[in-house]
Design a protein around this ligand. Structure first.
Ligand SMILES: [Zn+2]
Length: 368
């Protein structure tokens, strides 16, 4: 489960690359056939030759891209079937976390140094951050291009994101007072999404009607004149679009919301954290650590069925096989640890007080 993104991403990238190659070849073949049927001169034949050469070059590029994803997939399957060292696994998780956070150079450097390039999706997260930043900077172009490359997948997922992007582009043109351009844009790009047989028909129809009404309040003169449409012209819509993009991006590539590093930490902390954990209370407890405690703050507490008592010397659990023993000073240690503290004369040295006590003076401890 921790590695769910691991295989999804290269499979989805490969499928996207394959679809792109297929579309490109189909388009080029039709265009070349058309040219060939009309070709009557040497010049026309030369044009066809140039076109075919270019097609070959571009196909080579697409083939290299597909090869890259296939290698990634192969390496990932191999790494899942072989014994991966905990160091490599942790480095992969750290690289994934850095790439998701936008620290691409750092992620690339660690991945290259440790030979983990095929296991980390740095380019994918770079694409994500570039598009997300563009949306936050009120620019839909790269997001629309991304929707175009993933059109069939988004259609299968019944995503509303491409429609929302087109409405936003239309609203932006209306807000700037480019009325004619906005109407042309809506006819070409917004209307096709409002189909009676679509799942979101009512919702899309309502939004597109409200968006069209904004044309009345477009331009400087109309700005702020209608409270009813303020949400459509508000800058908050860009933030909402960026959140929607984040969600759709994860759906397209099958990525989990949080990084593997975070999910690993959460799983570990959930097994340790108790209701007694408080920031900085117990130095050695990860659940009490300021930073780790913050990660675990919304995790459920660990509720063991039975109390476990751990020997402060050996760190082993004290039970019937390794019972707790009390020193006259009141300090309690496990029998196994006490044996290591007892000398040949049968005297046990308390590690806290330093006092030597005959072994017989130690008492059994019973826990109810
Ligand atoms: Zn604690």
């Amino acid at each position: 489960m921790l590695e769910s993104d691991f295989l999804h991403v290269p499979v989805e990238s490969l499928s996207r690359s394959f679809r792109r190659s297929q579309r490109y070849v189909e388009k080029q073949v039709v265009a070349t056939q058309k040219l060939a049927s009309r070709a009557k001169s040497a010049e026309a034949l030369k044009q066809i030759r140039t076109r075919i050469d270019k097609l070959g070059q571009n196909l080579k590029k697409l083939e290299d891209e597909e090869e890259k994803y296939l290698t990634q997939l192969e390496e990932r399957v191999k790494s899942m079937s072989r014994e991966v060292t905990s160091k490599d696994l942790m480095s992969t998780f750290v690289c994934d976390f850095l790439a998701r956070s936008g620290k691409f150079d750092c992620a690339r450097k660690i991945a290259t140094d440790q030979g983990l390039e095929d296991l980390v999706d740095t380019d994918l997260w770079h694409e994500f951050h570039t598009i997300r930043s563009a949306i936050l900077n009120q620019d839909c172009k790269s997001a629309l291009k991304w929707c175009d490359s993933n059109a069939s997948k988004l259609r299968r997922l019944q995503s509303d994101f491409p429609f929302r992007l087109h409405v936003q582009t239309f609203l932006e043109q209306a807000r700037c007072g480019n009325v004619e351009e906005a109407i042309r844009y809506a006819q070409k790009n917004v209307s096709p999404y409002v189909k009676t047989d679509s799942q979101n028909y009512e919702q899309r129809l309502r939004l597109s009607r409200r968006a069209m009404s904004c044309l009345i309040f477009s331009g400087e003169a109309g700005r702020g004149s209608s409270q009813n449409y303020s949400d459509l012209l508000s800058e908050r819509r860009w933030k909402d679009l960026s959140i929607m993009f984040e969600k759709e991006f994860r759906r397209v590539y099958g990525c989990a919301k949080h990084s593997s590093l975070r999910r690993t930490l959460e799983a570990g902390l959930a097994a340790i954290r108790t209701p007694k954990c408080t920031k900085g209370k117990h130095k050695e407890c990860p659940g009490c650590d300021e930073n780790l405690g913050r990660v675990a703050s919304f995790m459920p507490y660990f509720r063991p069925a039975n109390t476990r008592i751990v020997c402060p010397i050996s760190g082993k659990i004290m039970n019937e096989a390794n019972p707790p023993m009390a020193m006259p000073s009141g300090h309690v240690y496990s029998l196994e640890a006490i044996k290591t503290l007892t000398n040949e004369e049968g005297l046990t040295k308390c590690p806290v007080t330093g006092v030597l006590v005959p072994f017989q003076k130690l008492k059994d401890v019973y826990i109810m």
